[in-house]
Design a protein around this ligand. Structure first.
Ligand SMILES: Cc1ncc(C[n+]2csc(CCOP(=O)(O)OP(=O)(O)O)c2C)c(N)n1
Ligand SMILES: CC(=O)[C@@H](O)[C@H](O)COP(=O)(O)O
Ligand SMILES: [Mg+2]
Length: 628
């Protein structure tokens, strides 16, 4: 079938199971082919083809609400809702979003990107239907990984209490990005086995019944055995006790099994959990056999070999972070590393290979990770929580209440700081300076390059108190790395280019843009000093005072939200000293959410380009000269 002819999902209601089977083949072929060029979350989407077909067969989207947790597995939903023709633009600038997007389709009733929000949103919609008395049905699709998120458990607790009509499809493929972790994962595993338990029990009884006379007594014993076994691995006891009707385990690739169970769930009163067992990457061998999570989300690849098309380049910042931490951990047994279900992305998986007892993957539980680290710090450990900027947003109160207020020595290795590109709005790491800077006792550092990162990490681990070292997604510059780690003087910035007329305070990895802008102005005999302003808290008060006294003009440059980040700190500094005549300007992320696209395209969109920086500086010259 030409999927691009699909305009809406209605047609699947009239398909026979056989036709759906054929459609599933077409969808898998389409996904593998399209994503070999665009990249994206192939594994998760190959795992939900049958599930999505049955959901759209049984539910009347968008009147009925289908909510995709994390949403990285919503490509099949997007194909069935008329967007197959847009897949060449998947995760590209102004193209198809890689997550549900309400302005893309009425069928995208809830936007996701961060994990574990679907059950709360579903509950909100289900309660609204109940109060309004309309007949909209609600179904949330949540993965076994997302179920390890605290929000999901909060929602389960409330939903089970309220007994609200809604269906939760638990898409259990035993994988988060990496193999899933946690006690809940163990319970799900026993439920998965319950299937075999059921089969074993039936087999045992059949055999016993075939043994004449004597067999009868054994069969009675088997009955008792069955009851005790049942107690141990009751399928769904965990959820049943929470107030849910538990259906499962269901074969998540068997259209009949899915249809009968989800249809039953849909018409059942109260909350129902349908525990489906799926295979991540189903139907494409390299993805199906992926034990590490490589095929969870990736760039372009060669279909035949499954070879990922790797762009050669310098080491990734994440890699420099991890190798530096490993070097330090070898010499210091108090150093421990923590990740919230991102061992691969943060490169802590290689740390865990060397120090298996000192790396903790807590699941998708950033709140728990933050406070656990604080607990460790009270015992003299040196916890390093490696976390994406955007995901640390989940641990905000723990940062305030547990870490900073108690002034505990926790190191936050904030990865993906700045624009991340293809993941778009929900993943841009642009708010962490703003949400950290106002916390008393917090220190915020960002290196200009990968060599400074290793020294900054060393400085942070041996600092006393809460400290964040932030670094971007992607590779460094391939510069030479110092052999010896050295401490950086926190709060001391570094002049990297002399100049008299104007000064750029460049925060973190904005330096190349600053240098290109200075070169443009040098052609016009406008002399620009560049400072590597490597701490957003504390600021370098000495340099700021020198700039004021020389009646300078300052432009702050950062890849972070202008509202409340580094530039705001410099503004506040001069204001608080009543130095209101200081000529100052700021450039960074404007006050809106930045959608998906390549980082260079996004820089263009928001004006973070050498030409624009030069233009802003040029416009500051008159005011600067007037003040002199
Ligand atoms: C708050 C938060 N932390 C971390 C992530 C990164 N992340 C994206 S998908 C994923 C794993 C999801 O596993 P699961 O829900 O089982 O879905 P699957 O990919 O297996 O279909 C993680 C950890 C995230 N999106 N949100
Ligand atoms: C869906 C999700 O949140 C993750 O898969 C994320 O896309 C990973 O980002 P990186 O590719 O930067 O590791
Ligand atoms: Mg999973």
């Amino acid at each position: 079938m030409n999927l691009e002819t699909i305009k809406n999902p209605e047609f699947v209601k009239d398909c026979t199971q056989q036709e759906l089977k054929e459609l599933a083949i077409d969808i898998r072929e389409f996904l593998v082919r399209k994503l070999s060029v665009t990249g994206g979350h192939l594994g998760p989407n190959l795992g939900v083809v049958e599930l999505t077909l049955i959901l759209h067969s049984l539910y009347d989207s968008p009147k009925d609400k289908l909510i995709w947790d994390v949403g990285h597995q919503s490509y099949v939903h997007k194909i069935l809702t008329g967007r197959a023709g847009d897949f060449d633009s998947l995760r590209k600038y102004k193209g198809l979003c890689g997550f549900p997007k309400r302005n893309e389709s009425d069928h995208d009733v809830w936007e996701t990107g961060h994990s574990s929000t679907s059950l709360s949103a579903a509950m909100g919609m289900a309660l609204s239907s109940q109060i309004k008395g309309n007949d909209s049905k609600v179904a949330a699709i949540i993965g076994d990984g997302a179920l390890t998120g605290g929000m999901a458990l909060e929602a389960l607790n409330h939903i089970g209490h309220e007994q609200t009509d809604l269906t939760i499809i638990l898409n259990d493929n035993e994988m988060s990005i990496a193999p899933n972790v946690g006690a809940l994962h163990g319970i799900l595993g026993r439920m998965r086995k319950a299937n075999t338990y059921q089969k074993t029990k039936d087999d045992v009884e059949d055999i016993l019944k075939r043994i004449p006379a004597f067999g009868g007594k054994i069969a009675a014993t088997a009955e008792r055995l069955k009851d005790s076994l049942k107690f141990m691995v009751t399928t769904g006891m965990f959820f049943e006790e929470m107030g849910f009707t538990y259906l499962g385990p269901v074969d998540g690739h068997d259209l009949d099994d899915l249809r009968s169970n989800i249809a039953f769930a849909k018409q059942t009163k109260g909350p129902v959990i349908v525990h489906t067992i799926t295979k991540k990457g189903k139907g494409y061998a390299p993805a199906e056999n992926d034990a590490k999570g490589t095929w969870h989300g990736l760039g372009p690849y060669k279909i035949d070999s499954g070879e990922v098309v790797k762009k050669p380049g310098p080491p990734a910042y994440s890699g420099v972070f991890s190798s530096t931490l490993q070097k330090m951990a070898a010499a210091d047994p108090d150093i421990v590393a923590i990740t919230a279900a991102m061992p691969g992305g943060t490169k802590l998986d290689s740390f865990a290979e060397k120090f298996p007892d000192r790396m903790f993957d807590v699941g998708i539980a950033e709140q728990h990770a933050t406070t656990m680290a604080a607990g460790m710090a009270t015992q003299g450990m040196k916890p390093v929580f490696a976390v994406y900027s955007t995901f640390l947003q989940r641990g905000y109160d723990q940062l305030v209440h547990d870490v900073c207020r108690q002034n505990l020595h926790v190191v936050f290795a904030i990865d993906r700081a700045g624009l991340v590109g293809a993941d778009g709005e929900t993943h841009q790491g642009v708010f962490d300076i703003a949400y950290l800077r106002h916390l008393p006792n917090m220190t915020i550092l960002m290196p200009k390059d990968e060599n400074e990162l290793q020294h900054m990490l060393y400085t942070a681990v041996y600092h006393d108190g809460p400290i964040a070292v932030r670094y971007p997604r992607g590779n460094g510059y391939g510069i030479e790395m110092d052999n010896e780690l050295k401490k950086i003087d926190i709060g001391k910035w570094e002049v990297v280019r002399d100049g008299k007329e104007l000064t750029i305070l460049s925060f973190g990895t904005m330096l190349p843009i600053a240098e290109e802008a200075a070169a443009i102005l040098a052609e016009e005999n406008i002399d620009v000093r560049i400072v590597n302003a490597r701490s957003a808290k504390p600021l370098d008060a000495d340099i700021l005072q020198e700039l004021y006294e020389e009646k300078g003009a300052v432009l702050t440059l950062e890849e972070a939200a202008l509202q409340g980040s580094f530039g705001s700190a410099v503004l506040e500094h001069y204001h608080d000293l009543n130095q209101h005549d200081m000529v100052i300007n700021r450039m960074g992320i404007p006050d809106r959410y930045i959608e998906h696209g390549s980082v260079p395209e996004l820089y263009e969109e928001i004006g973070l380009t050498p030409e624009n920086v030069a233009g802003t500086l040029r416009d500051m010259v008159p005011a600067k000269r007037q003040r002199a």
